[in-house]
Structures are given as C-alpha cells and as structure tokens.
Design a protein around this ligand. Sequence first.
Ligand SMILES: Nc1nc2c(ncn2[C@@H]2O[C@H](COP(=O)(O)OP(=O)(O)OP(=O)(O)O)[C@@H](O)[C@H]2O)c(=O)[nH]1
Ligand SMILES: [Mg+2]
Ligand SMILES: [Zn+2]
Length: 325
Amino acid sequence: MSNVRHGMIVREQSGFYWVEVPSEANKVYRCRLRGKLMETAQTADIAAIGDQVELLVSENEDLDHIGTITHVHERQHVLSRSVRTSGLRGGGSPERQQIIIANVSQALFVFAISQPTPDYMMLDRLLVTGERAKIPNLTIVVNKVDLVGNNEAQARFAPYIQMGYPVLFTSTVEDEGIATLKTILKDSISVFTGPSGVGKSSLLNRIQPDLGRAVKAVSQSSQEGVHTTRDSVLVRLEEGGYIADTPGIRQLSIWDMEPEELDGYFLDIAEQVPNCHFNRSCKHYKEPGCAVREAVLAGQIDKRRYKHYLIMRKELEEQLVATYD
Ligand SMILES: Nc1nc2c(ncn2[C@@H]2O[C@H](COP(=O)(O)OP(=O)(O)OP(=O)(O)O)[C@@H](O)[C@H]2O)c(=O)[nH]1
Ligand SMILES: [Mg+2]
Ligand SMILES: [Zn+2]
C-alpha cells in the first residue's frame, strides 16, 4: 500500500503541522515540512492551516513527527498579512506574506465593544485585506455586548452596518448571538481573527463546549489582551464545517497592494469614486471635484474611516518609495 496521503493542515505550531486525512476517518498526523520545500527563499509561508497537502507517513517511531509534507497545493482565498523580514527568508524582499489561513471561505473579524475598546483602525485594515483577498464572506463580530448593551454597540458600529457588512453582536457570558453564529459557520471554512482579548477562543468554546481552548482575562492595567492563544487551529464543527481560532493580532500591515487599488477596498469610498472629477487618478486628498471629500464633509462617509484611508494610502506610497532603497 502506498503511504502517500492527502489531507488538510488543521493545526500549526513551532514548525510542526497537524494534517487531517479524510480517507482515514479524519486521522491526524503530526508532520514536518520536507527539507526540499524549504530550500528556496520564499516570499510567503510555505504551509499554513487550511492548506491541502500531500504527506508521506513514516514507519520510524523514533522521529519527533510521523509525517512529512511533500507538496502543498495551490491556494484559493488566502487571508494574510505582511511581516518585515531580514536576510534570506523573505526571498530578498523586506516583506514577507504571513498566511493567517489558506482556502478560507469566510472571515469573521472579532472585536470587543469594551475591554479592550475596539481598534477601528485594525478593523479597517482587516476589511481591506479581506476585500483584496476576495474572501467570499466577511462578517464583523462585536463581542462582550453585555458590557455596554446592544443599542450602544449598534450605534458604534453603524458605519459598517450602513456599508452592508453583516455585523453580529455577541456575548459569551449572556449566550447572545451564539445560535446565529453557529448557523453562519455551518458547512463553511471560517476564521476568527482580531486583536487579543476580544473573546475569539471564548466564542469557540461556546460553540463547541468540549474544546477547552485556553482563555485569559485582559490585563487589569491596560485593559488589553495578554496573547493567550499561541497556535492556529482549525476545528471541525459537529454541525459541519470548520472554524479557525488564531492568535490575537498585534499589528496588521497590508500585503502586496498598489496605492491606487486602496480606494476600491473601502466600500463606502469606492461608491463615490466614479463621481470624482479626476476619478481615475483622484487620491481623494485635496483634488478639485473630489466626491469622496465632499461625502466626508456632508457626513455620508464616516470621518474616521476616511482618516484611516488617508493613513493607509500614505503607508502604501511610502512602501513604494522604499522598494527603491
Ligand atoms: N464580559 C465579557 N467577557 C468576555 C466575553 N467573551 C470573552 N470574555 C472574556 O474576555 C477575556 C479574553 O477572552 P479570550 O477568549 O481569551 O480572548 P481571545 O480573543 O481568544 O484572546 P487571544 O487568544 O489572546 O487572542 C476572558 O477573560 C474572557 O472570559 C463576553 O462576551 N463578555
Ligand atoms: Mg484566544
Ligand atoms: Zn476623489
């Protein structure tokens, strides 16, 4: 019998990959990457959770792993971010693509309404990343609504509701929104991502109580998360589908984007671009006849969103300049 198998990476930690093999009743093998895969300088992670892979299972019991990943299949819909690198790891480039999850069909961006206060800049970066990656479904989850109440929570996320993003309000302590969340997750491959301490692991424990994902209180002094989750895991749901729990994000940089693309990924801004006088080249800074700026001044586009657009656009332009250093 051939010992080549086909499976999906369901967990990743410290250079090990756990691969689930459907043809063997979802048996999981702990694997390393074949040396050859790592030889060439890479601008992206070689393997990540959600990847479809070929693996070779070893008979040698003495190894610290029992499988070797020999091939990683081409990916669709990758949720990723850019990380700075030095030396060869980035294939000579100062940035590398770190893959949060491969082959994902739905991303849930999780924030807390309080403790920690929502990081709207990170939310806007995640939305841009998700739009750029063409992930079919993007949902915003606002957790810990027990701390401020539903009305207040809805008011704070109004710009996102208005843009048409599904915004789900949840509380793991009051069991709010959990049933809806289960319905949303059913039969798709989804990921929870967002800052530390917002309750990603707590939500997962609520959805599937036998999991026992580690959960820790936010820091008393800073009200921020303490980075409890260290591994990335894809959990198979009893109702069908998979959901990934990932470590809280500290910083998010956009991967591989031209400055001119950015306005297309801000849905509220994109809507106005055709009305700009110089619509093809308008940066929406101070150009005459800029419909975006007019919409901001008229209160149709949220000021904070516009500011975030300006900040990100500037960053992308600086990155472009830096490529000629
Ligand atoms: N009040 C309130 N607290 C919550 C809720 N959900 C989670 N928490 C608390 O928030 C803290 C952080 O929860 P975690 O589930 O560890 O957060 P996380 O997003 O997984 O954090 P990292 O793993 O560090 O990225 C814990 O003390 C939870 O008990 C909620 O709905 N309401
Ligand atoms: Mg966690
Ligand atoms: Zn404009």
